[in-house]
Design a protein around this ligand. Structure first.
Ligand code: FMN
Length: 175
């Protein structure tokens, strides 16, 4: 059976560069895994410990169920104001008490103008959540908008190599 991968886009824009990278990665995976793109991190309510009780808010319960069913998690995100987009961080905050990222293999693509700070911050968050993430499954794509076209083809040779290498490292143990 193919590995199930849940995909989170840290961008909520309709024509998101990260969305194009996600499309490109799904194509590069060439049916080695089954990808489910989580519709949008904005569907989750603002994290509030008072709401983090049983039963969880319906969308939170659905999100956690998708995470539990997934063999791995792919996150593609821009950086906003030198940090992690709030909507993505909010989604991750909902996984603290449920521990749904524990031992979950994670591939992280930070496709942004700069992006290094968001990547470093996410690495700390994902590590404390006990996700399985190493430098081999992380990619930083700077000036990302210039490196993927509207047909979701990664046009920059180095970015393509980096993404392919990380994808192979991510999927190999899930094979
Ligand atoms: C409010 C805002 C703040 C931004 N701050 C940063 C930043 O700190 N670092 C960075 O690399 N890019 C920053 N950007 C640029 C984004 O990286 C760029 O727009 C990227 O393409 C967004 O990803 P998306 O196309 O998937 O939405 C910012 C963009 C916006 C709208």
């Amino acid at each position: 059976m193919r590995a199930k991968i849940l995909v989170l886009n840290g961008s909520t824009r309709a024509k998101s560069t990260n969305g194009l990278f996600i499309e490109a990665i799904v194509r590069l995976a060439d049916k080695r895994a089954e990808f489910t793109v989580y519709p949008s991190v904005v569907d989750l309510p603002h994290f509030n410990p008072d709401l983090d009780v049983d039963p969880a808010p319906p969308e939170v319960a659905r999100f956690r169920q998708l995470l539990r069913e997934a063999d791995g998690l792919l996150i593609c995100t821009p950086e906003y104001a030198m940090g992690v987009p709030g909507s993505l961080k909010n989604a991750l905050d909902w996984t603290v008490s449920s521990a749904d990222l524990r031992l979950k293999p994670i591939m992280l693509v930070t496709a942004s103008l700069s992006g290094a700070k968001a990547q470093a911050s996410l690495l700390e968050t994902l590590t404390v959540l006990e996700g399985v993430i190493t430098s081999t499954t992380m990619v930083l794509v700077q000036f990302a908008r210039t490196k993927v076209n509207a047909e979701a083809t990664i046009t920059d040779a180095q970015a393509l190599t980096d993404v392919q290498r990380a994808l192979d490292a991510f999927l190999a143990p899930l094979g």
